[in-house]
Write a new protein. Structure first.
Length: 481
């Protein structure tokens, strides 16, 4: 059984309706639909009028199966139990087409397409508008793939994607789509759209156990995401860099990722970052993003890495380290009413009541060296009305010449004496403004903080807790400072 041909014929039929501007609906009943085609170099696959042939420069070629290019007013939907699954044995990675065997390059990076075997893209939405896709489970079947040698820079960087959205598509709704076990990404948004009124919406979607990213956002405007999960990236048979739940990373050549909005989403148990957001080149713009009531959990690696990428986090919860959380020199990275902790069991009870379709992670948290590390950031950062819990990691490194404001926040220190004795300082606060914060030390020993002359306090910081002292550059902190 191979249902690939049926989806390719559906693509052709939908495209044929566009000249008449006829709306189209396709219902896919519940059941398991097996898909996946690969043509070896020199081989032609035929099914009626359809042909699939690998180009001369690739070892194996896999076509797009449901191709929505240049379409409008299309609705495709399933129901609970509608599963589209890639067949066993699809080759993914570096292969020698002549011998059909795995090819392992001597060194990386390796990008010789003559050995490339991609798994293909199931759904492509390209230069389209008014498209709604819902109630589908897309299973890339990573456990059943024939895994070849590495390709790209790290891991296997070849196409095997659940949903790929590209090229000025607007008013797109993806609802209740579970994209899992794809070799590359569950979802990939690489749009060139800069229209203010266009929307790309993901609602109640899940991306799990994909090789490189749950979702890669490499270009576009107005990506909205609600009640969705991006988890377990790199935790199956393939793990490729960056290995994040969500990666916001504009591609080179003047692309941008702007005005993203994420509400009640969960990012956890990813091989690398829960969220990676970078904007390090002048022609790569990433700004205007908001995250509201989201949970970011860095089980094995940081919960967030965000150098030079202005965004705003409101009422979010972070378990694990934040690396380079800074905006630009003119636009800060803002955290408002957020919680930060280095303990895996400190997810607030309120999060269990949110409409997030996820389960509490079972893997133990690897305590980070430093919970909040601004030492690599060069932009500006604001923490306002936040709460911090420190017990297993160096608390703060607010350093590196960046501008940081810590305002109206509560900081809990609860360290064992052994942890404190092994470190000369538990926090480094340089080039920072401290405004009306509450410092609570319940440790079994003094907490030592190192600061510099450029750190300013408004005189309304308050010390609470009777367990031990707070030492600032070796001096005992007074009740108000």
């Amino acid at each position: 059984q191979n249902d690939s041909w049926a989806f390719m014929r559906a693509s052709r039929y939908i495209a044929s309706l566009q000249s008449t501007n006829t709306p189209f609906e396709l219902f896919i009943p519940k059941g398991i639909y097996l898909v996946g085609l690969q043509s070896r170099r020199g081989e032609v696959l035929k099914n009626g009028e359809l042909r699939v042939q690998a180009p001369s420069y690739e070892a194996y070629y896999a076509p797009i199966l449901l191709d929505l290019t240049g379409v409008s007013n299309v609705k495709i939907y399933g129901e609970p139990g509608t599963v589209i699954k890639y067949r066993d044995g699809i080759k993914y990675g570096a292969f020698d087409a002549a011998t059909e065997k795995k090819y392992q390059p001597d060194k990386m990076p390796f990008t010789n397409s003559y050995y490339a075997a991609a798994g293909g893209v199931f759904l492509l939405i390209h230069h389209s508008r008014n498209v709604e896709i819902s109630n589908l489970e897309l299973d890339g079947n990573l456990p059943g793939l024939n895994i070849g040698g590495n390709f790209g820079d790290l891991g296997i960087q070849l196409g095997h994607i659940g949903v790929y959205l590209s090229s000025q598509s607007e008013n797109i709704l993806l609802s209740k789509i579970h994209a899992h076990h794809f070799g590359l990404d569950g979802f990939h948004v690489r749009d060139k759209d800069t229209l203010d009124n266009s929307l790309k919406i993901m609602d109640f979607c899940r991306a799990e156990f994909n090789g490189r990213q749950g979702c890669s956002w490499t270009g576009g405007n107005n990506l909205y995401c609600f009640n969705s999960v991006f988890a377990n990236t790199g935790q199956s048979r393939v793990s490729s860099a960056p290995g994040a739940g969500l990666d916001i990373e504009p591609e080179s050549g003047g692309s941008s990722c702007t005005n993203g909005y994420f509400e009640q989403c969960a990012f956890y148990n990813n091989k690398q970052y829960a969220l990676l957001a970078t904007s390090t080149a002048k022609d790569r713009i990433s700004r205007g993003h908001q995250f509201v009531k989201c949970a970011f959990i860095g089980n094995q690696s940081p919960a967030l890495k965000s150098p030079g990428s202005p965004a705003r986090f409101i009422s979010c919860h972070f378990i694990g380290a934040l690396v380079s959380p800074s905006g630009s020199l003119t636009e800060p990275l803002e955290f408002v009413a957020c919680n930060f902790t280095d303990q895996a069991d400190q997810l607030p009870q309120t999060y269990s009541k949110l409409a997030i379709p996820w389960k509490r992670p079972t893997l133990a948290l690897t305590p980070p060296y430093c919970l909040i590390d601004l030492s690599w950031g060069k932009g500006s950062t604001l923490f306002q009305d936040c709460e911090f819990y420190f017990s297993q990691s160096v608390a703060l490194m607010l350093d590196g010449g960046n501008s940081c404001i810590l305002k109206n926040s509560i900081l809990h220190f609860n360290y064992l004496k052994k942890f404190l004795d092994e470190r000369s300082n538990i926090a480094f606060i340089h080039d920072c403004k401290l405004e009306s914060n509450v410092w609570i030390n319940q440790s079994t020993g003094p907490v030592k903080i190192n600061s510099n002359g450029r750190t300013q306090s408004d005189g309304r910081n308050t010390l609470k807790g009777n367990s031990a002292d707070l030492l600032w550059n070796g001096n005992k902190v007074k009740l108000n400072f």
